[in-house]
Design a protein around this ligand. Sequence first.
Ligand code: RIB
Length: 340
Amino acid sequence: MAQSVGIKDIAREAGVSVGTVSNVINRPDTVSADTRERVQSVIDRLGYVRSESARQLRAGHSRIMGLLVLDMGNPFFVDIARGAERVARDAGLGVMVCNSAQNPAEEAEYLSLFAEQRVRGVLVTPADMTGRTIETLRRYRTPFVLVDRVAEDATECSVSVDDVAGGALAMRHLIEMGHRSVAYVCGPPGLQQITDRRAGALKALAEAGLPADVLRALPTDRLDVAAGRDAGARLLGLTERPTAVFCANDLLALGVLQALYAADVRVPEDVAIVGYDDIEFAAAAAVPLTSVRQPAVTVGELAARLLLEETAEGAAEEHEHRQVVLQPELVVRTSSLRPR
Ligand code: RIB
């Protein structure tokens, strides 16, 4: 493999000192215009690329921000990545996106990789609900911001959306549409955001003076479209079929919609459906999906900003850790509207 071009090669070729080449790269305003142009043309001609590892050794971290998501197949996390990348790019950083697939062991491997790469810090939606994620990050001394999860410790930053409020929005809407038998397609146990959505739905039932058993849990083993299709099939097999379905996210809702459509069950006439996240495909579905919208791009932007603020040079003293909680909003579409 060809020897990489070094700063000494540039200096020799341009007939200047190594210090002058360094100034052209790092402090160009300290070098005269013609020297700067002469050195820059040699850099371009020889294809010199400055050594990130050398810079990293000096700065103590790389120009990479880690992002560890629960499910790369879920457009919700793509939107979070979009927001984080926008802020990171403006700060001259790149984003390394890794997917825990809700698997704590895979999550642990990526946390170790981020530490080895000396990333600036990590935005993470923990897959491990026992707190081990945070313990590991602290052990590695990797700065982090929790995403889609409220930090329980005031010394941690987090950006999340009020999922209790979101669940209540969904259920209030279904109550208003006249539904008194609702299935909650809730994915696997353990994710706080999913638990909070159910708690919000139960709160709305209580506020309306309705019993909790209006809402019937329909657990699935994953939070994707296939799991939604499976839940839809089980729904069709129920002797007393609910008149509405509240799904813990839009991927589940799209799967339920597919299963009902395949069985000639009409949505919303026979069964109303409400999803959560308001991903791009919700509006584009065969029956446009009512959903509780999470401002995912904003979540990503704010989380990246908090991480940059916390890891800025000399920020240790004045950085104020914040637990930002944003509000969801209900986006009503055809899938839950009461037929005229
Ligand atoms: O990761 C599962 C779900 O939790 C996503 O769809 C999103 O709603 C997140 O909050």
